[in-house]
Design a protein around this ligand. Structure first.
Ligand code: DX5
Ligand code: ZN
Length: 218
């Protein structure tokens, strides 16, 4: 397994002070930004203008997670806004191969997310087109939900498919990741870990990032 990466989500940070909130986690590999449109998920966050401002405010690369209904039309805007990685949901994408290629052409890492009940097997052939697969370990929409253990076998199967195809695709988990659950995810084969409330409810968020990394590596 290569280098494990921690990508804190700012969803549960103070939205009135996002620049300062990101500055509290200098040890993060990426900053995970959850874009929600109130249609794909029943929650609304922010759009490309805010993401672009955030990208300008930090040297840490942004990892955009688009929980939106029309990624085919809108995802590339987040690459143009300066995100180093852009994740679209396969349940929403009409042409995931074309979309992944467009994202790469715009200089971003192309990533595809699956809700907890969406199987990975139908998308096996897409793996070479993708820089990362995100397996949701809660239903997307809100921070602070309980980790779904039922996704662990899918993490294992996704890792096995990546090994079979010999691809360098990263495997990210998002939802309910904490000191208690990160070890199970790493053991199953995940190598990129989103953590929202675990990081931003900690007294020292950057120390929590380090602790999560250490626990995942153990
Ligand atoms: C949920 C978002 C997550 C969220 C995770 O739909 O995609 O990134 O911020 O929050 P926690 O870590 O609290 O489950
Ligand atoms: Zn997310």
């Amino acid at each position: 397994m290569g280098h494990l990466q921690i990508t804190p989500s700012i969803l549960n940070a103070d939205f009135a002070n996002l620049g300062a909130e990101v500055a509290r986690i200098p040890g993060a590999d990426w900053v995970h930004v959850d874009v929600m449109d109130n249609h794909f998920v029943p929650n609304l966050t922010f759009g490309p203008t805010m993401v672009e401002a955030l990208a300008r405010s930090t040297d840490t690369p942004l990892d955009a997670h688009l929980m939106i209904e029309d990624p085919d039309r809108e995802a590339v805007v987040y690459a143009e806004a300066g995100c180093g990685s852009v994740t679209f949901h396969v349940e929403a994408a009409r042409a995931p191969v074309r979309l992944a290629r467009e994202l790469r052409a715009h200089g971003a890492r192309a990533s595809m997310a699956l809700r907890p009940a969406t199987p990975i097997e139908p998308y096996e052939e897409l793996l070479p087109e993708l820089d990362m697969v995100l397996l949701m370990t809660v239903e997307p929409g809100f921070g602070g939900q309980k980790f779904l253990d039922l996704v662990l076998p899918k993490i294992r199967r996704a890792r096995a498919l990546m090994d079979k195809h010999g691809v360098e695709t990263w495997l990210q988990v998002d939802g309910g990741v904490s000191l208690e659950t990160i070890g199970r995810c790493a053991e199953a084969g995940a190598d990129v870990f989103v953590a929202g409330s675990a990081v931003y409810s900690a007294d020292d968020p950057d120390a929590m990032v380090a602790a999560l990394r250490e626990t995942a590596q153990a």
